[in-house]
Design a protein around this ligand. Sequence first.
Ligand SMILES: C[S@@+](CC[C@H](N)C(=O)[O-])C[C@H]1O[C@@H](n2cnc3c(N)ncnc32)[C@H](O)[C@@H]1O
Length: 268
Amino acid sequence: MSKVDSTASAKHFDRIRSFVLRAGRTTAGQQRAIEELGPQFLLSFKETPLDLVGAFGGSTKPKILEIGFGMGETTAKIAALRSDDDFLGIEVHPPGVGALLKLIGENQLTNLRVIRHDAVEVLEKMIAPNSLDGIHIYFADPWHKKRHHKRRLIQAEFVRLLVSRLKPGAYLHLATDWHNYAEQMLLVLNAEATLQNTSNELVKVETFDASDIAKADEIPNEFKPTLEQLNAQHAGYVQRPAYRPVTKFENRGIKLGHGVWDLVYKKK
Ligand SMILES: C[S@@+](CC[C@H](N)C(=O)[O-])C[C@H]1O[C@@H](n2cnc3c(N)ncnc32)[C@H](O)[C@@H]1O
């Protein structure tokens, strides 16, 4: 098998550290699921490209990758609903991996595989260019504090890596409940020339202002909009696609009047 072509991430950016490993005990049930179902559904991290068809027992169904599935409820629901697609979920949180394996067993899902590792490295090393039909990133850690914004996943360089792994015509779907991050996603993704925003809506950014443009070198990798971006109207958000279930946590937020923003792009 050929080596993964990493030209899209040619200079091998300093990997974003988008997570801290949360404390949390793996329950007995999750541990049992790891032991019993791990051999079939849990793939090990490797520094070489993954044979995606082989990983799904020879299935040639479209392959959708999810980054940061948390406890996996959404992932399992989508995999059950969309049985004509195969799903590869990546998460670093061990109890989450156990929880999703448990859901795979309970729902007898066959179209789902799991990797417990940093998704950035998985994309770089294991996923070949032009091999995915879709990518899901739901409620990525928003890193609220400004000095932590450099830990946000959605930054131009990482987006180039994401896009390089999508086939032409494939989609990228993100959702977030943090307005400032939604706007960062919008500006970063709209600026990526190989992506087409599928929204018909036009919006202006509200949570960034001129002070975000300044301090250029103070916080490396921090997202800084241009004046042009601040003043322009942008292709915006979409209605939540029907396949993405509303999470418990999202429902609570909606009741409190918080917003949720879905973004869907197509690779040209
Ligand atoms: C805020 S939670 C959202 C979980 C889930 N998507 C949901 O909607 O409930 C973000 C998750 O992303 C995971 N995560 C963050 N960065 C990651 C990375 N680089 N690779 C794999 N998982 C990551 C975290 O461990 C965490 O479980």
